[in-house]
Design a protein around this ligand. Structure first.
Ligand code: AMP
Ligand code: MG
Length: 485
């Protein structure tokens, strides 16, 4: 953290209150939200401020004080209205009409220096009409985990929401999945939008195609602006959403991320990744790796993510049918697999060091890599990091030298799959000039940081917080993530 400690007693000078707010969603009228008030907390301890995103808001990190964060996002002074958004969703395959922002609200929408509109959405800010008996709160560990996921994914190149801040709030919470009582926090998320697939599903449920159309016009105006002048902008919107989601899942798959709760209320209409609960990065390549302990049937396991996202896009066709021709919707969805495969292939080849690879061996290399990772159960992230760490021009000389200085892979002659992989990698390297090997080495390094946000790593920073309120390992981990090391 970079605490600018000067106290700013006069809230009218709080730079968070004078950003370029736009009443974008608010201007649609109150069919889409409920006005709510924030909880009052016994304590406000700033635990995380994301200085990396402040310039994008036009703010000078040195001039924003910790107190500015606390008064804006812990005490919620000076901003109204706060809007709990209405939505429904398919949760684990079942339609749930009792959803909506149950522990958060839309704090405001800000036009940033990049010209884009961003939502500030809270998590853990108190009850709303959609809390369904819940306490409206977020555990401190839940806040820590979402901050880490968003930063890790962002620096791995995944299109994701970020966290602006996290403040500890001094309440004792009871949770079945954490030793309780457990500490509380409020987290503010900065995302492209909090409009979900489920926002449209709710409008369909209430048979309000007029409201769906109004919302879709709003979505296109703000998040698909380049389609505004197009005659068939609605069909083009859906086709582009399919592409955005297919590419997003390809990004998750390549970086080894398992979102864990791919309900339609957690699918953003802008195709951005968000809402990080029981997520996990895969320790090894296991198609059935399942991150949420309550996902008994492995519905949202690692390898199901592409088909589940495609299914969610198909479910979204129901509400959109009032606006878009079913034939256009079907045609849009038909491109999902192609978009997914092209993106996944390109990202995986990058992880293997290649920006472009048009040789016929490319697919063979990918298949063999996955087969080796799956059969050996070697660490997924560790393997790619070891490639980057040990890469040498000597690998071009003979297959037995490929990764020969790494002790996490099988020794030459002990694993037929790995030997085949080395033969192929060696062969491909020989398609390139010697001078190009530097580029390959650089690509490997850029794509495969040493720091992987595996569960034991998260626990290793949580434990000192839990035991002795020591935030240093957490701060250091974020620094490492943000530096891409
Ligand atoms: P999530 O699993 O975080 O996507 O949440 C699913 C739904 O449950 C959303 O409508 C949340 O607002 C709601 N929810 C989750 N936790 C709580 C809580 N502690 N209190 C009230 N509502 C909650
Ligand atoms: Mg959610």
């Amino acid at each position: 953290m970079n605490p600018a400690e000067t106290h700013n007693q006069n809230n009218s000078h709080n730079p968070f209150l004078t950003l370029n707010y736009e009443p974008a969603l608010e201007s649609l009228g109150n069919d889409y939200y409920d006005e709510v008030v924030a909880a009052e907390f016994p304590q406000h301890i700033l635990r995380w401020r994301n200085d990396a995103v402040l310039p994008c808001l036009g703010l000078d990190t040195q001039k924003v004080t910790n107190e500015d964060f606390i008064t804006a996002f812990g005490k919620f002074q000076g901003r109204k209205p706060l809007l709990a958004l209405r939505y429904h969703g398919y949760q684990f395959g079942e339609y749930n009409s009792r959803l909506g922002d149950g522990r958060g609200f839309l704090y405001g929408q800000v036009r940033a220096t990049d010209g884009e509109l961003y939502d500030f959405g809270t998590k853990g800010s108190g009850t709303t009409p959609y809390s369904r008996g819940g306490d409206g709160m977020l555990t401190l560990k839940g806040g820590v985990r979402e901050v880490l996921a968003a930063e890790a994914l962002h620096y791995l190149g995944v299109r994701t929401s970020r966290c602006l801040t996290m403040i500890e709030t001094g309440l004792a919470l009871w949770r079945g999945d954490e030793p309780s009582p457990t500490r509380s926090s409020v987290m503010v998320r900065m995302s492209s939008s909090h409009i979900r697939f489920g926002t449209f599903e709710r409008l369909h449920f209430f048979r309000r195609p007029d409201l769906s159309k109004k919302l879709l016009d709003h979505v296109i105006e703000h998040y698909y602006r380049h389609l505004l002048g197009e005659k068939d902008k609605y069909a083009l919107f859906y086709a582009e959403l399919v592409k955005r989601i297919a590419e997003l899942v390809a990004q998750w798959m390549a970086v080894g991320f398992c979102h864990a709760v791919l309900n339609t209320d957690n699918m953003s209409i802008t195709g951005e990744s968000f809402d990080y609960g029981p997520y996990a990065f895969i320790p090894t390549y296991d198609p059935y790796f399942t991150a949420a302990y309550f996902d008994y049937y492995r519905r949202y396991c690692y390898s199901h993510q592409p088909s589940i996202c495609k299914l969610n896009l198909e479910l979204l066709q129901e509400p959109l049918k009032a606006i878009i021709d079913p034939g256009d919707l079907a045609a849009g969805l038909a491109s999902f697999n192609k978009y997914y495969q092209v993106k996944y292939r390109s990202l995986m080849l990058k992880k293997l060091g290649f920006e472009e690879l048009c040789y016929s061996e490319a697919d063979e290399l990918l298949n063999l890599t996955i087969k080796f990772l799956q059969d050996s159960q070697i660490g997924y992230h560790e393997f790619f990091y070891e490639m980057a760490r040990t890469f040498s021009p000597k690998w071009r000389d003979e297959p037995a030298l490929v990764m020969s200085t790494s002790d996490i892979v099988p020794a030459s002659g002990t694993s037929p799959i790995f030997d085949d992989w080395c033969v192929l990698y060696h062969k491909i390297l020989n398609y390139f000039d010697l001078e190009h090997l530097d580029v390959i080495s650089q690509t490997l390094t850029n794509q495969n940081p040493q720091t992987a946000l595996l569960r034991p790593v998260i626990e290793s920073v949580w434990e000192p917080i839990f035991q002795e309120d020591n935030w240093q390992p957490f701060d250091e981990l974020i620094k490492k993530i943000q530096s891409g090391s």
